[in-house]
Design a protein around this ligand. Structure first.
Ligand SMILES: N[C@@H](CCC(=O)N[C@@H](CS)C(=O)NCC(=O)O)C(=O)O
Length: 208
C-alpha cells in the first residue's frame, strides 16, 4: 500500500471528508493532515490548484476531490469495477459538485439580509432541484447509487445531505431534503446507520 497523506480542512464534512471515510472503511493507513482555517493562507501555495483536498501518494500529488474519491474508493473497495456502474457512481458525485459550488458561492457573504435572500433562493431553487434529481437516480436501483452496495457516491451524497439535515447551512431549513426528496432522506438514514459509517463516527467521537 502506498504512503498516503490527505490534506483538507479540519472539520467533519466538505470535499475531503468522503476520502477520509473511505480510507477508514478500507482500513487504509494515511496521514490525516487537517488544516486549521487560520493556517490555510500559509498552506495554499503548496497545493497544485491552490485548493484542497489534495492527496500525496508516495510523493505523487493528486488534486480534485472526485478524482481522489475514485482513487481511494478503488483502494478501499468502495468503487465499482464495472464500467457502467463506475460511470453511474461518477455522475452522482459530479452532480453533488455542481450544486456544492453554488452553495459555496454564498459562503463569506457577511450582510445577514443578503445571505438570507441568497440562501432562500438556493433552498427553493438549485438545492430542491438537485435533491429531487439525485433522488431520482435511486429509482430502479434499490438502496444504493451504483453496484447495489455502498460506494463513495453514497458517502458523498450522505455528506451533502448531512450538511443541511444537521442544520449546518443558515437559512436553509434542515427538513428540506426530507420534504422535497423523501427517497434521498431515506438514503441518508440508510448510510448514517450503515455499520461502517457508524464505526467511523464512533472512532471520530462525533454524531453522524
Ligand atoms: N474542484 C475542486 C475544488 C476545491 C476547492 O475549491 N476546495 C475548497 C475547500 S472545499 C478550497 O480549497 N477553498 C479554499 C481556497 O480556495 O482558497 C475539488 O473538487 O477538489
Amino acid at each position: 500500500m502506498p504512503k498516503l497523506k490527505l490534506s483538507y480542512f479540519d472539520f467533519h464534512g466538505g470535499r475531503g471528508e468522503t476520502a477520509r471515510i473511505a480510507l477508514h472503511i478500507g482500513g487504509i493507513e494515511y496521514e490525516d493532515d487537517r488544516i486549521a482555517f487560520p493556517d490555510w493562507k500559509a498552506r495554499k501555495a503548496g497545493m497544485i490548484y491552490g485548493a484542497i483536498p489534495q492527496l500525496d501518494i508516495d510523493g505523487t500529488l493528486l488534486a480534485q476531490s472526485n478524482g481522489i474519491n475514485r482513487y481511494v474508493g478503488k483502494l478501499a473497495g468502495l468503487y465499482p469495477q464495472d464500467a457502467l456502474q463506475a460511470a453511474l457512481c461518477d455522475e452522482v458525485m459530479d452532480a453533488v459538485e455542481d450544486v456544492a459550488s453554488k452553495v459555496l458561492a454564498t459562503f463569506g457573504i457577511e450582510d445577514k439580509a443578503e445571505l438570507e435572500a441568497k440562501r432562500t433562493a438556493l433552498a427553493d431553487g438549485p438545492l430542491t432541484f438537485y435533491y429531487k434529481a439525485v433522488a431520482g437516480r435511486l429509482e430502479g436501483r434499490g438502496d444504493w447509487f451504483a453496484d447495489n452496495r455502498l460506494t463513495v457516491a453514497d458517502i458523498k451524497v450522505f455528506l451533502w445531505v448531512r450538511h443541511v439535515a444537521n442544520g449546518g447551512l443558515d437559512f436553509v431549513p434542515a427538513d428540506l431534503p426530507k420534504r422535497v426528496a423523501p427517497a434521498l432522506a431515506e438514503h441518508f438514514e440508510r448510510v448514517k446507520t450503515h455499520d461502517k459509517i457508524k464505526a467511523y463516527y464512533a472512532h471520530r467521537g462525533v454524531d453522524a
